[in-house]
Each structure stands twice: as C-alpha cells, then as structure tokens.
Write a protein that binds this ligand. Structure first.
Ligand code: AMP
Ligand code: ZN
Length: 435
C-alpha cells in the first residue's frame, strides 16, 4: 500500500529532523542564485537551528519569479539542466522553472507515490488526458506512471471521441483529467453509445490543476462509477505531486519530505493558528536547479487536524477553496467562485458547466450566473424552468449573502476552454463609472 513506506510513515520527529537538514541544504543551494544571492545571509551560510526560524526569512512571490526571468533563480550551470516547464498565465513574463536530472527523478518518484497510494499497479492502463508540453500535468504524471511500470497512453486533452475510443478499446483503468474536462467528456458518451459505467474498465481518476468542489468530485464519481482523487501541485514546486489524496479521500497529504509548508494570513503575512484557513506557503526541500524559499502559492487551504487512518504521517491539507487573488468583492461582500460552484452542483436539475459574470450597473456591482441545466429539465415546461431559476437564486443568496441574476442555459451550450477552465469574467474595470 506504500510506495516508500519508511518515508511515508516516518515518525514526526524523525521527519522534522530530515526537513531541517534538507532545508539547510536548500538554503545553501538557493544562495547560489542571482535572485537570492546574499539576501539569505547567515541562513544560507550557517543554516537554521530550528524549522520555526524559517519565519524570519522573506517570502518569494510570483512577481519575483517574473522579474528575475529568465535565469535569475537558476542555481546550477545550464549543462546540469535537462528540462524547463512554465506556469499557465497569460500576462507578463511567464514563470519558468528549471529541472536537473535529479529533480525530474524525484518528481517522478513523488507521482509514483501518489498513484501507488490510490491502488494503481503495473497491470493498470493509464490514459493521461492532461496537456503535454510546458504545462506540468502531462509530463509530470507520464514519468511517474512509467516509474511505476504502468502502460501510459500519452493522449493529452481534447478530441473527445478518440478519448472514448481509447478508453473503451485499450481498456484503460486509470485517467488523469481536468475536472471540467471530465464533465464535458461525459456528454460525448451518449452519442457514441458507450455507457461509461458499463462499457469501460475505468476505476480511478486523478483530477486537479484547477479549483473544484467536493460536489464536482462526487458528480464525476457517480457519472463514471469510479473513485476520483484530488491531486494538487504547481509548476513552481515541480508540478503535480505536491499534495495528494490517499485511499481514504480525507484531505491531501502534503509530502513533507520534499516541501516545507506554512499557512499564513495573506494580509499580514503571519502564520495563522494551527487549523485555520490561510494562504499556503511552500519551501522546496530537495529541488536542485531552482529551490524556492517561502513561496507564496496564493492558494487558500488549512491543515486538517488529527492523524490519517492510512498510517501516513505527512500532514493533510484541505482541498483548495480558491486563490487569495481570485476573491470577488461584490458590493463589499467577499465571495469565492467555489462557493457558487458548490451551491449550484448541489441542485440535481443543474447541469455541468457554469459561468460567472460581474458588471457595473449604476455604480453597483451586478453578479450574474449562467448555468447549464440537465437534459430532463431542458425538455420540461416553462413553469418548471422558472421554478428551478428561483431555487438557484434562493440557494445562492443563502450561501453568498448577495442576490445574483441566474440565467439558465441549454446543456453543453456554454463556452469551454481547452486547458484549465475559465469561469469568471469580471467586466467591472472596463465599465468603471459607466451607468
Ligand atoms: P500551474 O503551475 O500552472 O500548474 O498552476 C498551479 C495552480 O493550479 C495552483 O497554484 C492552484 O491554484 C491550481 N491547482 C492545482 N491543483 C489544484 C487542485 N487540486 N485544486 C485546486 N486548485 C489547484
Ligand atoms: Zn491518508
């Protein structure tokens, strides 16, 4: 059940010792980059004597990565570098991340650990529907699955009919897929007369790379008749493989032999009391080409209390509820898009996709939610549609404290993106001051 039993079940004090030793190596290594240079002071030359002392060191931000583009964070000679990945994002310099051969190997091991944890074995057939290329989702899982000895189909995303054909004929048992794409793919099954619950051999899906609610996970599990596990990571750390759900599906084990986590108040930068929600800050403990110290992920989560019954000792974080920079302020009320998703997905008549739009009208913010309905309701009466609309407004008002306009849309009619789903469109800046 464990890929690396000794590490995964290591007692907490031995793990802390390992972390301190690795943290000091990381600090020394980071000091070799142009960005960190001498700024880490004695921490880089002499090391820290206690993990908690890390709180004295400055944070590293995404802007730092952008400003130091392209090579400011590199700590090794180019001849040692074998790979570059880049984070998604459409404005400014991209954030590029370098890997040595050892970095790639450690990353593969992490992914193998994650997959093994959920019961993936050599005899499985793995269809990897994440993008291959600069994005880490495709290649990251690819190398991990190969390390595990699993036959991997590097199909990438899109071309839904071909995906289904492969799933069916190659008898794929495991997939890695964006949650938004898992829902979209489902709509192609009927047309192809394939029943995902009966005609496939699928048993496991890994979903991640974009925020999604527990309701979306359960929906995918139900539609496909499989187990779905949450996979979290970011290119700056390596990619997927930073935190992962074990077979218990009760929070994500953050792999503390490779990353040192802190949760801070995004406004003050102070570490929050244990168990409280805040922004995840990560320090790499084993990365060679590009160690990062106290990197602000912007992702919001909390540490879950207690021990996991699976026996792994690495701390668990809760699913990511949003990013500190994607909070919407609607007429002074703070709202996270995931609250809207969670509320909509709990209504059975609602379909799989939705969009959030915010406009300025008479100097006030106006929140609109466009949401697809399911086939059955679509063929129902007007009165039924109006009732559903009212139900959605009431549920959203109760969750958000703001009354949105709800517009119902035909199944599969809302626009979709090839990569990570983009569901929030904020037009307020464009309309500032307009009436
Ligand atoms: P990228 O570096 O482009 O792969 O993007 C990483 C970001 O994707 C993270 O910082 C998160 O905001 C988001 N992300 C990745 N995995 C998850 C997940 N399982 N749940 C929610 N958000 C995720
Ligand atoms: Zn566990």
């Amino acid at each position: 059940m464990y890929w690396q039993k000794e590490i995964e079940t290591m007692d907490r004090s031995t793990l802390a010792g390992l972390q301190l030793q690795r943290l000091n190596e990381s600090l020394r290594q980071a000091g070799r980059s142009a960005f960190y240079g001498g700024s880490l002071g004695a921490a880089a030359s002499k090391g820290l004597s206690d993990l908690k002392e890390i709180a004295r060191l400055p944070f590293t931000t995404k802007d730092d990565l952008r400003n130091a583009f392209p090579y400011g964070f590199l700590t090794v000679d180019l001849e040692e570098v074998i790979r570059l990945h880049s984070s998604s994002g459409t404005t400014g310099n991209p954030t590029v991340v370098f890997h040595t051969a050892r970095d790639i190997d450690e990353w593969g091991n992490l992914i193998a650990r994650c997959m093994y944890t959920t019961g993936v074995r050599k005899q499985d057939v793995f269809q990897n529907m994440m993008g291959y290329g600069l994005f880490t989702g495709g290649l990251g899982f690819h190398y991990g699955a190969e390390k595990l000895g699993v036959m991997t189909i590097p199909i990438g995303p899109g071309n839904s009919k071909r995906q289904i054909w492969f799933l069916k004929h190659l008898k794929a048992t495991v997939v890695h897929i964006l949650p938004s794409y898992a829902l979209r793919l489902y709509s192609f099954f009927e047309e192809m007369e394939v029943d995902p619950r009966k005609d496939l051999h699928l048993r496991i899906a890994f979903i991640g790379a974009e925020p999604h609610s527990e309701e979306i996970r359960r929906k995918i599990e139900e539609l496909y008749g499989i187990k779905v596990y949450n996979s979290y990571g970011l290119s700056e750390m390596c990619g997927p493989g930073v935190a992962f759900e074990c077979e218990r599906q009760a929070g994500l084990h953050l792999w503390e032999d490779h990353f040192y986590p802190e949760i801070i108040d995004p406004a003050s930068g102070e570490v929050v009391p244990e168990g409280e929600q805040g922004e995840l800050v990560l320090t790499t403990l084993t990365r060679q080409a590009m160690p990062l110290i106290r990197y602000r992920t912007r992702d919001l989560t909390r540490f879950l209390p207690g021990e996991c019954p699976c026996g792994r000792t690495h701390r668990r974080i809760d699913r990511i509820t949003g990013r500190s920079d994607d909070m919407l302020i609607i007429n002074g009320v703070n709202i996270f898009p995931i609250q809207i998703e969670k509320t909509l997905m709990a209504i059975p008549e609602i379909g799989h996709n939705y969009l959030i739009e915010i406009h300025k009208e008479n100097f006030m913010d106006k929140l609109s939610v466009k949401v697809e309905i399911n086939e059955e309701v679509f063929h129902g009466t007007l009165a039924e549609l109006e009732k559903l609309q009212g139900k959605a407004v009431t549920a959203l008002r109760a969750e958000l404290g703001v009354t949105p306009v709800v517009k119902l849309a035909e199944p599969s009619s809302l626009p979709v993106t090839e990569g990570k789903a983009q569901r929030v469109f904020d037009y307020r800046h464009r309309e500032e001051g307009s009436r």
